[in-house]
Design a protein around this ligand. Structure first.
Ligand code: ZN
Length: 109
């Protein structure tokens, strides 16, 4: 997003609306992306404190829905204090809703 006129960020070095230099925005977005990736790796490695720190810093730099989810996961992990649960959460996200889908449909027949 353009910091000057809040136009949607389209990956260009110059804002299409106001012509502001977005090189800094691109750099920040890239570093935030790298931090989120490092945060995910920290979660997988069981380093919850580091994951929360990285997610929070990425969020400060560049606010995005994916960052909010990751930050929320980090907070949740902080309360849970169980690295094992991180794997379960990842599986739930990746393993879609197959378990819930089947049952109700059969009952409706
Ligand atoms: Zn602009």
């Amino acid at each position: 997003m353009c910091p000057v006129c809040r136009a949607r960020f389209r990956g260009a070095r110059e804002c299409s609306r106001c012509g502001a230099d977005l090189t800094v925005v691109m750099t920040l977005a890239a570093s935030a992306w790298h931090m989120r990736r490092a945060a995910r790796q920290a979660v997988q490695a069981g380093d919850v404190a580091r994951a929360r720190q990285l997610a929070a810093r990425a969020q400060e730099i560049c606010s995005m829905p994916a960052g909010r989810r990751l930050a929320a996961l980090g907070e949740w992990l902080g309360f849970a204090q169980a690295n094992r649960l991180a794997d379960q959460h990842e599986n739930q996200n990746g393993g879609d809703h197959r378990y819930q889908a089947g049952g109700d449909e059969h009952r409706l027949e």
